[in-house]
Design a protein around this ligand. Structure first.
Ligand code: GCO
Ligand code: MG
Length: 413
């Protein structure tokens, strides 16, 4: 079964997505997610200009060989653009293989290890009453685990905090903003003060525990904004509130930073949404400096690479907590769900629900019931792309924000 056609679909149903479509000589179609938020067209070009022609005539069944061919063959390894492109090819080939087998992908990865994947949603509010409303909304939507983010007194808009939600609202903030200044798309700029944040966050968790009790699993995202000693302090101050995890407390490049954090706190640590290779985790996993692997299938080289990474983590008792915001397309989300079902060391799955516009373009078969996600029983990944609907949503540049300290210094975010 040879690859006969490769095309890239860029569409913007509410936000930008890049999707790879591979067709075989048997007429089987596979889809892969290649979306890198704010840098979408770089991956689209990588695939169209440098990968598509290499795939034509290759055996569609040889997934590992194709992965190594693209990874080692290019000489230039790793990085989000390369690894998202490889991920898209890998996902599409797994989709094809599972469709040919007539099985949902999780069956090829070992079959079901659980009835569904525990999901967490994003509750947020500009202040504590708005946060409580958002938590109640999420509980009504069926979430059994919730991430908590709030505004910080004295600061304006803080990344990860949605506009205050109306009762029954189904989804949260869109990470990349369409912000046009003098006719040019530019990132929104936000102001930041870590000391104000460190004073505020423990009071938020205290209020949430007092209102919602000790059972509800609570998560928090530090979004790479702290130094190691600040992160250690935060982890320690949150211990009484029994977090499920503290995410991305320090900048992603510095694996050694988490050694210091680990020495000071028993708050569980998650990191990895900006990582793209198993090598980004080598120290973190072998020294057991983290508890959860946060990579997305889309940004870490696909199902092949993610499965190996999570098997490596399993040896050290470290669990999965795959990235699942709305910039992971429904194709990337489905790929995560099939892995979540099959692996033994599943921890939790992030799940920000896609908008109605997005779901008009991507027809999904996954379900969310009783707080658990299930990929469904359709052969393959279980997602169809409606190309006519996709063509009605034109690409619109949008950028993730930039963060500055109050004196103007650019800061991590
Ligand atoms: C999360 C993330 C996202 C990312 C976004 C970037 O934990 O879900 O931090 O909000 O910032 O996916 O594109
Ligand atoms: Mg995050």
């Amino acid at each position: 079964m040879l690859i006969t056609d490769v095309s890239v679909v860029v569409t913007s149903p509410g936000r930008n997505f890049v999707t790879l479509k591979i067709t075989t000589s048997d007429g089987v179609v596979g889809l892969g997610d290649a979306t890198v938020n704010g840098r979408e067209l770089a991956v689209a070009s990588y695939l169209t200009d440098h990968v598509a022609a290499l795939l034509i005539g290759r055996e569609a069944n040889n997934i590992e060989d194709t992965w190594q061919y693209l990874y080692r063959g290019a000489y230039w390894r790793r990085g989000p653009i390369t690894m998202a492109a490889i991920a898209a090819v890998d996902m599409a080939l797994w989709d094809i293989k599972a469709k040919v087998a007539g099985l949902p992908l999780y069956q090829l990865l070992g079959g079901a290890s659980r009835t569904g994947a525990l999901a967490y949603g994003h509750a947020s509010g500009s202040d504590i009453p708005a946060l409580f409303d958002s938590i109640r909304n999420h509980l009504e939507l069926g979430y059994k685990a919730i991430r908590i983010q709030t505004g910080v007194p004295g600061l304006g808009q803080v990344y990860g905090v949605a506009s205050d939600q109306k009762p029954g609202a189904r989804y949260d903030y869109e990470p990349a903003k369409r912000n046009v200044v003098d006719g040019r798309p530019l990132p929104v700029e936000e102001a930041w003060d870590t000391r104000a944040y460190l004073r505020h966050v423990p009071t938020v968790f205290e209020a949430v525990r007092n209102e919602f009790g000790p059972e509800l699993p609570l998560l928090h995202d530090g979004h790479h904004r702290m130094t190691p000693i600040q992160a250690a302090k935060l982890g320690k101050s949150l211990e009484p509130y029994d977090l499920f995890w503290l995410e991305d407390c320090t900048p992603g490049e510095d694996q050694d930073a988490l050694r210091l954090v680990r020495q000071h706190t028993t708050t569980p640590i998650a990191i990895g949404e900006v990582f793209n290779s198993v090598f980004d985790y080598q120290t973190l996993i072998t020294e057991r400096l983290i508890d959860y692997v946060r990579s997305a299938v889309t940004h870490t080289g696909g199902v092949t690479a993610m499965k190996k990474l999570l098997d490596f983590a399993a040896v050290y008792g470290i669990k999965s907590g795959m990235h699942g915001p709305t910039d992971i397309s429904p194709v990337g989300m489905a790929a995560a769900l099939h892995i979540d079902m099959a692996i033994h060391n599943f921890g939790i799955q992030e799940y920000m629900q896609h908008s109605a516009e997005t779901l008009e373009v991507f027809r999904t078969s996954y379900t969310f019931t009783g707080g658990l996600l299930h990929p469904g029983e359709n052969p393959g990944l279980g997602v169809d792309l409606d190309e006519d609907a996709a063509a009605t949503f034109e690409y619109t540049p949008a950028y993730l924000p930039v963060n500055r300290l109050q004196d103007g210094t650019v800061h991590d975010w």
